[in-house]
Design a protein around this ligand. Structure first.
Ligand SMILES: Cc1ncc(COP(=O)(O)O)c(C=O)c1O
Length: 445
């Protein structure tokens, strides 16, 4: 998710020789591990990761934003083991099973309009499915001109080719331009620092300019794709719910699909089950992953409407089937955990817990800003807070320094460049948050 540029080693956790073994870690400059070796994990429970050196560190980023119910939840373990006893994986083409049927039913209850669920394993794949389905639907509707996508500036939708194409983070896409297409990006977004920001309720001035900028693209666009309300990898930037609401009306009136990538924001992260709820909207395509299994197993889901489904429904000879597939589509082990996640969400009111924890998180981050004077632009919604580290030079990797210091103090923060953020398990206790606050504050000095 984030590459760290070079910096001075600041601890004694240092390698003197070239870091070398068979593993190539994701999203890493491997040479960085010479100065700060990877944390050797031997266990994890609740909000903590247990390291081989005896340290227990707080997982302040929910292990890339997926461990919404924390690590090693006993109910999820039980659900998984029960499914292991039944069967682990069977091809999902030409078969069904109780687990996947129940999960699909439950997922359709998340919205009032999306009643068809298509599965994959990773978030990026769910995004690709939504994009392909939107394009394919245009072909089936005889709308051949509608071939293009619109995305938001600063967006991130994953690492596979189409998902990366609609992303706007040069760090991840610049070396692969020849493989990618470039959508139109909506710019000058009405960013806010929280729901109390006046722009949250009314972004009419921004909207006027945005609406005008979209006019040339109406005829050729099949879909607008966006991360509703919070752009994660782009720096935990929050934008106005009024913008999302207006954009949804605009797309509906012009027969342009809306793809909501809720891979990070879904499952209670923003204080609502889905971030789209902040704007009172529902998209044409909804992508879910991460919190779907609370980070136990890779699973993603793409939901759409009966209207889209019906376009593909015909005799085989009509050649209209959506023939996309992945080997592990709808994996039964992952599905059994996801089903239990949904039960826990409703029985333990996790969305409410997220909102309550988030209020404390935001207050704590403001305190840190006041006490240290080392961060600014504090922002937050639900159980997400972020702030930008004040840097004395544009090239200084303060984020990487803070990361190392925080680990030594007992917290896994993984700043996005020089933006620090907390995105912890939604059920993290207030006591653990208090510890995280002290560790983060100390790491900033
Ligand atoms: C909004 C969003 N979309 C898509 C993805 C890609 O998901 P995955 O890494 O599971 O492919 C991510 C990953 O962080 C994400 O935050």
């Amino acid at each position: 998710m984030l590459t760290f540029a070079r910096s001075q080693p600041i601890n004694n956790n240092r390698f003197t020789m070239q870091y070398s073994n068979a593993l190539w870690n994701p999203c890493s400059q491997m040479k960085d591990y010479e100065t700060f070796k990877p944390l050797h994990v031997i266990g994890a429970s609740g909000s903590y990761i247990h390291l081989k050196n005896g340290q227990k560190i707080i997982d302040a980023i929910s292990s890339w934003w997926c461990k919404s119910l924390g690590h090693n939840d006993p109910r999820l373990k039980k659900a998984l083991l029960e499914q292991v006893d039944r069967f682990e994986h069977v091809i999902l083409a030409n078969t069904v099973n109780d687990t996947i049927l129940s999960l699909s039913e439950k997922l359709t209850q998340l919205t009032s309009t999306l009643n068809k669920v298509f599965y994959a394993s990773d978030g990026s794949c769910a995004v690709e499915i939504a994009m392909k389905m939107s394009l394919h639907a245009r072909k089936l509707m005889g709308q051949a001109a509608k071939q293009h996508f619109i995305a938001l500036e600063n967006a991130y939708h994953g690492e596979t080719a189409a998902a990366l194409s609609v992303s706007d983070l040069g760090l991840y896409r610049k070396d692969y331009e020849s493989l990618l297409f470039t959508p139109h990006y909506i710019s000058s977004l009405p960013y806010v620092c929280g729901t109390h920001d006046p722009l949250w309720q009314d972004c009419s001035l921004h909207w006027e300019a945005i609406e005008k900028s979209l006019e040339p693209f109406i005829e050729n666009t099949t879909a607008i794709i966006l991360e509703p309300i919070v752009q994660g990898a782009g720096g935990m930037k929050i934008y106005s719910q009024d913008f999302l609401r207006r954009l949804r009306i605009w797309t509906k009136q012009r027969d342009i699909h809306l793809i909501a990538d809720e891979i990070m924001t879904g499952f209670g992260r923003t204080g609502k089950m889905l971030a789209c709820e902040h704007a009172g909207i529902e998209p044409d395509f909804l992508c879910l992953s991460k919190g779907l299994t609370s980070g136990w197993l890779p699973l993603s889901a793409m939901l759409t409407s009966q209207k889209i489904y019906d376009l593909f429904y015909d005799d085989y000879s009509a050649g209209k089937a959506f023939l996309h597939s992945h080997t592990y589509t709808g994996n039964a082990l992952a599905a059994s955990v996801a089903l239990e996640v949904l039960k826990i969400f409703s029985e333990e009111n996790i969305v409410f817990q997220s909102e309550r924890l988030g209020k404390e998180m935001l207050a704590s981050m403001y305190d840190i800003a006041d006490q240290t004077r080392k961060i600014h632009n504090v922002r937050g919604i639900g159980a997400i807070v972020a702030a930008d580290i004040i840097c004395d030079g544009p090239k200084r990797r303060r984020g990487f320094e803070v990361f190392q210091k925080a680990v030594e103090r007992g917290a896994l923060l993984r700043p996005l460049g020089n933006t620090i953020y907390w995105l912890p398990p939604l059920n993290m206790t207030i006591e653990t948050l208090a510890k995280l606050k002290n560790m983060t504050r100390d790491a900033l000095y």
